[in-house]
Design a protein around this ligand. Structure first.
Ligand code: APR
Ligand code: PHB
Length: 390
């Protein structure tokens, strides 16, 4: 097989890149290690910046999102002993947010790829990028025991944190920066009506978050120790702990019910630089991980794909400038989101080794945030998403 761009990974980054490139006249193939059913069963984040909403609409996959997604413009911050305060992203940043699950986005992308005749090869085993330093890179993989080859001009590594792409960049070139947090999030999905707003809660028992997917689907999280086992958290215990971390008037409004999914994710910040080596380009979780606080992971995957698709489409039109600047441009946005999600994580979580000073400084910062128009504007500008660079 020969295509212009070989894409590794059929998560949101790889599928969206494939969709935008196809619409821009650049032929491509996606090689995904897992089955489609497996990819579609993953439950991940669900808050979109408005810039992401526009990229998805522009890619022709906005229809169901516009119908079923929940546009909202305020986020709430609660912390023990104080009243909840709401921050209006429309008022402070001029744009709302959209609650729409990554699982749905992935479904929409697969449907769009099928409708356009896009090629997504699932259960592609042992995918390997080859000759990324040369002029004629190619991919090899196995399917049903048979070794296959895809020749291409460029390779896009959209294969997530545990993928094969990042490791193909020589150690002398690749620089990785990492911060691991001493806790995780225990998340529950339940078919119950969510609260009106997304509310972040800081509490002496630990952080908690109330989020949403649609009018009958709620997503809640609590901070938990890294060695937590899901079996130790039956639904009743989860709901009791969740409610204990919200102010009583909010806890009263939380509608509980059986969980339909429960999972634990550790928190980590990770950035690999550069995001390009030779003819290999990294996008999404393949190059960076942010802690979920602030919901930047999916939005970053979308902004990387926006920059990379623009660069490749322009390249085939004879204009090369964006390919050269892809890594720098993408990394500026990555670092800005990495900083923001680190800051929000530090502000809202309980750390095992925290001192009274740490605690009081955080309380003071939250107090400042609740009173200062400037601080709210700064939070909203970043939460709602910084504009893409030209
Ligand atoms: N070969 C082919 N496919 C692979 C390989 C491989 N060696 N390794 C991983 N993959 C596939 C995975 O099975 C997965 O479907 O690559 C895909 C990567 O998808 P994601 O992990 O969802 O990453 P990405 O598309 O960058 O989306 C980022 O996911 O983790 C969240 O917060 C993050 O929302 C963000 C989004
Ligand atoms: C989610 O809905 O899964 C979510 C929302 C906000 C966050 C993180 C996750 O900051």
């Amino acid at each position: 097989m020969r295509v212009q761009v070989g894409i590794i990974g059929g998560g949101p980054a790889g599928l969206l890149l494939s969709q935008i490139l196809h619409r821009g006249g650049v032929d491509n193939v996606v090689l995904e290690a897992r089955s489609r059913a497996y990819v579609l069963a993953r439950i991940r984040a669900g808050v979109l910046e408005w810039g992401s909403v526009e990229v998805l609409r522009g890619a022709g996959v906005g229809e169901r999102m516009d119908r079923e997604g929940h546009v909202h413009d305020s986020i709430g911050i609660a912390w023990s002993g104080r009243e909840l305060f709401l921050i209006d992203t429309n008022q402070y940043a001029g744009r709302p947010m959209m609650a729409y699950g990554q699982t749905n986005i992935t479904e929409d992308l697969y449907a769009a790829r099928d409708a356009m005749g896009g090629v997504v090869i699932d259960e592609a085993e042992d995918v390997r990028p080859q000759d990324i330093d040369g002029e004629r890179p190619y991919l090899t993989y196995r399917k049903g025991g048979e070794l296959r080859r895809v020749d291409c001009d460029f390779i896009a590594g959209c294969d997530g944190f545990h993928g094969v792409s990042r490791g193909c960049i020589p150690g002398s070139v690749l620089h990785s920066v990492e911060k691991v947090y001493p806790f995780g999030w225990l998340g529950v999905l339940s078919e119950t009506p969510p609260l009106d707003e997304i509310i972040y809660a800081r509490h002496a028992r630990g952080f908690a978050l109330a989020s949403q997917r649609n009018p009958m689907l709620s997503r809640y999280y609590i901070q938990c120790p890294l060695d937590t086992k899901i079996e130790d958290w039956p639904d009743d215990k989860f709901w009791a702990e969740l409610k204990a971390r919200f102010p009583p008037e909010i806890a009263k409004r939380i509608v509980t019910g059986p969980s339909i999914e429960k999972s634990i994710a550790p928190l980590r910040s990770f950035v690999a630089e550069p995001m390009r080596h030779g003819r290999l380009f990294l996008a999404g979780d393949a190059a960076h991980i942010v802690p979920p606080t602030g919901a930047k992971g999916l939005n970053l995957a979308i902004s990387d794909v926006f920059y990379l698709s623009r660069a490749l489409i322009e390249h085939y039109k004879g204009k090369g400038r964006y390919l050269e600047s892809y890594s720098d441009m993408a990394l500026r946005r990555v670092w800005s989101a990495a900083r923001f999600s680190w800051w929000l994580t530090m502000l809202l979580h309980r750390f095992p080794d925290q001192t009274e000073f740490d605690e009081r400084a955080r309380e003071s910062e939250l107090d400042y945030l609740s009173r200062s128009e400037h601080a709210k504007r700064s939070l909203c500008e970043q939460y709602a998403g910084l504009p893409f660079e030209n």
